[in-house]
Structures are given as C-alpha cells and as structure tokens.
Design a protein around this ligand. Sequence first.
Ligand SMILES: [Zn+2]
Length: 304
Amino acid sequence: MRAGLLGIWAQALHVRPTLASNPFPTHHCYARSAVIDTHCHLTFPDFAGQIDQTLARARDLGVRGCITISTTTQDCLRAREIAQSYPNVWHTSGVHPCYSDQVPHIWENILDCALSPKCVAWGELGLDKAHAEPPLAVQRPLLDEQLALITQARQGRACGRTHRPLDLPIVLHCREAFAELIPILRATSVDPARFVFHCFTGGPDDMRALLDFGAMVSLTGVATYKNARLLHEAIRLAPLDRIMIETDSPFLSPEPKRGVRPCEPGFARYTAEAVARLKETPFEDFCQVIDANTKRFFGVEVPG
Ligand SMILES: [Zn+2]
C-alpha cells in the first residue's frame, strides 16, 4: 500500500521512487525541523475556541509544541487546564509584574499549578519600567513575595504545606529594568542558568549583563524587524547554547506577519529562521541546538 502510493506520488512528480530520491516538496522537508514556542499566552481571549486550529497551523509550520505562560493567580488555572488537554502544550505558574496590582493574589493557586505534572517553570515574573502603572513600588514587593515562595517551594514547604520539592526554572519579564532585576536575582539561591529573560529586546549592554550573570535569553518576533539594529547586534553576542525562541503570542507577530493579530505559536518558525540567519547558522543545525536548549532548560521534548 505504501509502496503503491509512493509510486503514484513519484509518477505525479516525475521522479523515480528510490530511497535516494526525495519525492516530497521542499516545505514538507522543513516540517522535520522542530521548534517549540517557549512563551505564548493561549489563555488570552484571542485564542478562545481556536486552540485546536492554532496548534494545527503551528504543526504545519514545524512548531510542534508550546509553553503557555501564566500571568495571574487566576490565569495560571486556565493555563494548567489547556496544558492538560493537549499533549504538546506545557504551562508555567506565576504573576506578571504588570498585573501586580490585581489583588488579592491567591498564592495557593500558584503552588497548586506549579505542582502540576505539566508545569515546566515559574513565571512570568520580574520588573517592568516601560509602563508607568503599576509603579515599581507595587511591582517590587510582589516580586519579593514570588521569589520567597519559590525558595520555600524548592525546600518542599510553601503556603504552609509540605509537598514534593519543586526545582523549576524561572521565566523572567524584564523591561528596561536589567540594572534593578539582576542584583535581586543574584541575591537568591537559584542557579543563574535556571533563569530565562523572555522577549529580550535590549541592546548589546543589556545582553552582556544577562550573559555575564549566566542566564538564558529568549527571542521573539522583534528579532525579525529590519529596524531593530541594536537588538541584532546584541543577538550576535549570544552563544547559540544560551538562546531560545518564542512568540509571546498573541503579541509581536514576526516578519512576514508583522502587524497581524493574533500572533500565534506557529510564527515562532519565522523568528527561528531570522535568528538562524543572524547567527549565520544553517536552519536545521540552529533548530537542533534550540531544541536541545529547550529540553535542557524546561525539560520539554518535542513529540515526534
Ligand atoms: Zn508573556
């Protein structure tokens, strides 16, 4: 049956059905390269009722999995639910600094979600100076509270409970706040290699600070924008084994989809291609390194 089909295919394409010839059109070859979108927000209203189709389109583009990121102590519950419904979706647990004023924060939810088998990281958490609200005076205590929770959870004793010790990596949101955030992280007992600065859009100085600290860096569609020259310069500084790829969807669609809303996990493909070009690395080789980084950092493996 297979051989017969191959023959028909081969006839249609005027190629001989031997192992040496490849009857598949080029875009099918691309689908063998796997990329995981390490940061998206499938809980956002843009994806309501659309997750099946969104993940199918991602697969067609060679993006075979994604990590949906928590932003509040309610949103984490929905992220967990989505991850439990799809074998190739994982989730995180944490409160985004821009939601630090959305009180009360139900820390039991964060711990419960972190204990879920498909939870692969804490976050996103950090500091955001690009927005005036909420002010740092509100963001900072929330960050301290989360880092304290993480430290307790690593010992297996958080929220007044005894549980299995949680050794999860941490997804950071840092906008224009490298000078403030890095010393705070350095003061924790967490290995710097367990932090990733998501959606890095800074210049060479921010990149050097992050690399010297020892963290990973994650790149979005902004890396594909032609006018992002300082960012491109920064990316050239980063060793390949420190880089991961994400979309931050529904935001920040990469070229050639710039301006399209929602951005979706499949678009990680375009960012991966652009960053591979910046790093002057063949796309297949680039994907292999990126996948290995994702596996090492999040413990997530691309399903076959
Ligand atoms: Zn995000």
